[in-house]
Design a protein around this ligand. Structure first.
Ligand code: HSE
Length: 422
């Protein structure tokens, strides 16, 4: 069987994972799928670096053009990460009519319009299952299995690092800083964890997912984003007392053509399937008008789970006579400037007559209705107590306005955490 020549851009853990899968499983792929691949060239930063696998030296190059411009290479697999130079390399490969298979959510989300337009113009293949949630076939599901649906919402735990941190904070009552330091020691969080804990990684992924689910380009800068750096053990504990579990949730909803896309710490009721997704696992919960609610669960990161999705895309690219492109309408999306959900509000209130009615009065002035309230613990030295409110579904803007107007002699605000999935 004729082998399809492929080139790698990058050869870190994920690239080595793909190489290993092709080495160990290539014959079976050929037997089962009727396609065969040959790695022809691998772009690396340092030719002399010791790698996890014994890759023959003649495959390695430190010159990108030896991959991108080689007319024999039909498929370029990109695992460099980052926006540049990965985006420019992918665009150049697409311009040369090559198929690109990538795991790079940052490049794809940040340069979506340009990358997709280039693929369309040159009728080149573009495959990116591995860019969102590693091994979970969520892009395949949305594009190839749920086309008969109007998808109304996509909610997911799409960052494993933050889910690991929040799961341990919840189990152990530990602080964010303690668990982060531990996760860094274990190699589960990067030395600079900003992309994960700041919610950026999840925002890139949500931009891609919501664009595909709603068939409108949802630019990453339209995704509202809050990370987990301000999460306190007290909030995690108070949430538990209300039967809620804290997650960094990516939420995208579409209603009457208006889209909301947001990433922020979110409480979900313990009975919701997303509440039981722990540690570094990912899950995406999709609601479609015909399929109903469904959840996709699995490993969202790591060399072999990511390589599993990349090699699946490679096989699909190798077999396809015509490459599919995202079914996304050219009209710009209309983004919501407010949203409605239950809010968990923790504040430190003066423990004196009239303060609670003052707070509930302020909420009422802005149309925010309170569902329940708990006063916790004893007074502190300033005569204040922790008070937690759960609102009924309320406009985010109204909750913020009500809080901003409250007299700080009477209440100090602790935190506002949205609740979804109730
Ligand atoms: N750092 C990501 C995570 C994996 O923790 O899920 C790559 O997107």
């Amino acid at each position: 069987m004729e082998k399809i020549a492929i080139g790698f851009l990058g050869c870190g853990n994920i690239g080595c994972g793909v190489y290993k899968l092709l080495e160990t499983y290539g014959a079976q792929i050929e037997a089962n799928e009727g396609v065969s691949f040959e790695v022809r060239r691998i772009l690396v930063r340092s030719l002399g670096k010791k790698r996890a696998l014994p890759i023959p030296g003649h495959l390695l190059t430190d010159r990108a053009e030896e991959v991108i411009d080689d007319p024999q290479i039909a498929i370029v697999m990109e695992f460099m990460g980052g926006e540049e130079p990965a985006s420019s390399y992918m665009i150049r490969a697409l311009e040369r009519g090559k198929t690109v298979v990538t795991a790079n959510k940052m490049a794809l989300a940040s340069r979506w319009t340009q990358i997709v337009a280039t693929a369309r113009e040159h009728q080149s293949g573009l495959y990116y299952e591995a860019s969102v949630c590693g091994a979970i076939p969520i892009i395949r599901a949305i594009n190839d299995s749920l086309q008969a649906n109007r998808i109304t919402s996509v909610m997911g735990i799409i960052n494993g690092t933050t889910n690991y941190i929040l799961s341990r904070m919840s189990r152990e009552g530990a602080s964010y800083d303690e668990v982060l330091a531990d996760a860094q020691r274990l190699g589960l969080a990067e030395p600079d964890p900003t992309a994960d804990v700041g919610g950026y990684d999840a925002a890139y992924k949500l931009s891609i997912l919501s664009t595909l689910a709603f068939h409108r380009h949802v630019p990453v800068n339209c995704v509202y984003r809050e990370g987990i750096t301000g999460v306190t053990p007290l909030d995690v504990q108070c949430g538990k007392e209300f039967g809620l579990t804290l997650k960094l949730l990516a939420v995208a909803k579409e209603e009457n053509g208006v889209i909301q896309a947001r990433v922020h710490p979110t409480f979900v009721p313990n009975a919701h399937p997303l509440a039981s997704v722990s540690d570094a696992f990912n899950a995406v919960y999709v609601d479609g008008h015909a399929c109903g609610e469904m959840m996709f669960y699995g490993r969202g990161a790591g060399d072999m789970p990511t390589a599993s999705a990349l090699v699946s895309d490679l096989i699909k690219a190798g077999k396809n006579k015509k490459h599919p492109l995202p079914a996304v309408c050219a009209e710009p999306c209309v983004m919501a400037d407010d949203w409605s959900c239950v809010h968990f509000v923790r504040m430190l209130a003066k423990d004196e007559p009239g303060v609670l009615s003052y707070v509930s009065g302020k909420f009422a002035e802005h149309g925010v209705s309170i569902a329940s309230m708990v006063q916790k613990g004893a007074r502190d030295a300033q005569g204040c107590v922790q008070v937690i409110f759960l609102t009924h579904k309320a406009s985010e803007r109204a909750v913020r306005k009500a809080l901003a107007e409250m007299d700080d002699e009477k209440v100090a605000q602790g935190s506002v955490i949205r609740v979804e999935g109730e």
